[in-house]
Write a protein that binds this ligand. Sequence first.
Ligand SMILES: NC(=O)C1=CN([C@@H]2O[C@H](COP(=O)(O)OP(=O)(O)OC[C@H]3O[C@@H](n4cnc5c(N)ncnc54)[C@H](O)[C@@H]3O)[C@@H](O)[C@H]2O)C=CC1
Ligand SMILES: C[N+](C)(C)CC(=O)CC(=O)[O-]
Length: 499
Amino acid sequence: MAASGARTAAIIGGGVIGGGWAARFALMGWNVRIHDTDRDAERRINEVIDRARAAMPGLWDVALPDEGRISFHDDLAEAVEGAEWIQESVPERLDLKHEIYAAIQGACTEAAIIGSSTSGFRPSELAEGATRPGQIVVAHPFNPVYLIPLVEVVTGPGTGTARIDRIRSTLRDIGAHPLFLRREIDAHIADRLLEAVWREALWLVSDGVADTAEIDDAIRYGFGLRWAQMGLFETYRIAGGEAGMRQFLTQFGPALKWPWSKLTDVPELTDELVETIASQSDAQSGRRSIAELERIRDANLVAILRGLKARDWGAGRLLNAAERRIGGAPRSLDALSLTSPLPTGARAVPLDWSDQNGHMTEHRYLQAFGDATDRFLALVGCDDDYIACGHSYFTAETHIRHLAEVRAGARIEIDTRLLLAEGRRLRIFHRMWEDSRLVATGEHMLVHVDLESRRAVMPPPELQDKLARVAKAHAHLPEPEGAGAAVGRPPERQPDPQE
Ligand SMILES: NC(=O)C1=CN([C@@H]2O[C@H](COP(=O)(O)OP(=O)(O)OC[C@H]3O[C@@H](n4cnc5c(N)ncnc54)[C@H](O)[C@@H]3O)[C@@H](O)[C@H]2O)C=CC1
Ligand SMILES: C[N+](C)(C)CC(=O)CC(=O)[O-]
């Protein structure tokens, strides 16, 4: 259920791209109204949103806001009324887009932002004949919109700085990376680059130099890996050796004029060439359905993005910045009730945490519980600053129980009970929940250490005091089921004081 006060986006045209926008907005907590003239659109969009639910929340190590409400509207005016952001994603035909803007502007507020997903049109073309030209901007996304962060934004002279600020903050709010173009050109930046590569690839097939699989291999085994993390210029700077970009241009500049490539010539898309490309593509990928390829693509993208996130680099740095804005569990003990276990984690299970059995793989439970331990320790005062001063806790023993299956995309929550804080030792008990279902428990013994001597030492009085506060409150809670159990053996029964 959407949080009350959720913001509203309207999506006009719910195909491949509109469906992706709908998913990104909704999973970031916005209410989303969709208008599409095709009766089958609702089914298709629901499939896109289901895929996004499995993939997108797992990009972050904190829980996203509650999902917004998604509704479908036959009437365009009803969909856009009062919406803050209206994203047009109808087919790439200027006459159709003009018709849609007239209808949108007749029903939306003046404050609304109208973004167009257009791959190639300039804002001046889109706004021809519009009532309020400055309201229409290019917001060009990349497929799948719910995973690829880039949105190219092209504004016009009438957009105004206040609207530009809102465009920037809204796109950041939904986890996207707005790249504002300095001026309008056909096909913006990325599609201009992509078209150059695409044209060359078509020539290579047309000339019989390579087939579609070989061309894809040249990209994915090679420069595609570099592009995903450093782009073009930073990659080539390194390739120039110690003298960097100047040397690179001196060494490889002349080749640009030989030329190696076919420049702007376009191969004629004859029936024969279309058949050659389509049948090579069938041979390359036809054993898998498009839906299967989409799932593989999403899982790979999540793994790549999470890899970059761990490195705090490129698109991964953007994810970390968004994570800090979204926030996680409370950071202060004072903000929490001690009469129940402490909340120490809420997140989605990322796609790349799933194994061949189709559920969360075992070492990820330790990761999730390890993160919860860190959060528990931070709450009682053993945070990054404390550790930087030379003391920490080391885990000495762990017992994880897997009680029910958890699948990729599931939202899990962890709470933590302090069972013992005695001298240098700390015993904690985590419970992992999916909704109200207990899916796993993790019991850990930790030892307080001096990071210089690497030996166990007593925690300082402030830390002992906080631990004692939590231990005293948690002592009133019932013993958690499974605490103290050994592998394959239930816990020893505690004597009942009433007996
Ligand atoms: N497919 C891609 O890879 C990308 C496409 N784009 C751009 O996004 C826009 C949409 O492209 P796709 O999603 O690929 O097309 P699509 O054909 O998958 O979706 C278009 C949707 O618009 C609906 N539609 C048609 N006329 C309509 C009307 N009068 N009112 C409401 N809905 C209507 C159709 O029923 C369809 O569901 C285009 O401008 C395209 O250039 C941008 C980035 C990538
Ligand atoms: C093929 N395309 C021009 C519609 C592609 C795009 O606009 C962006 C993308 O997702 O590659």
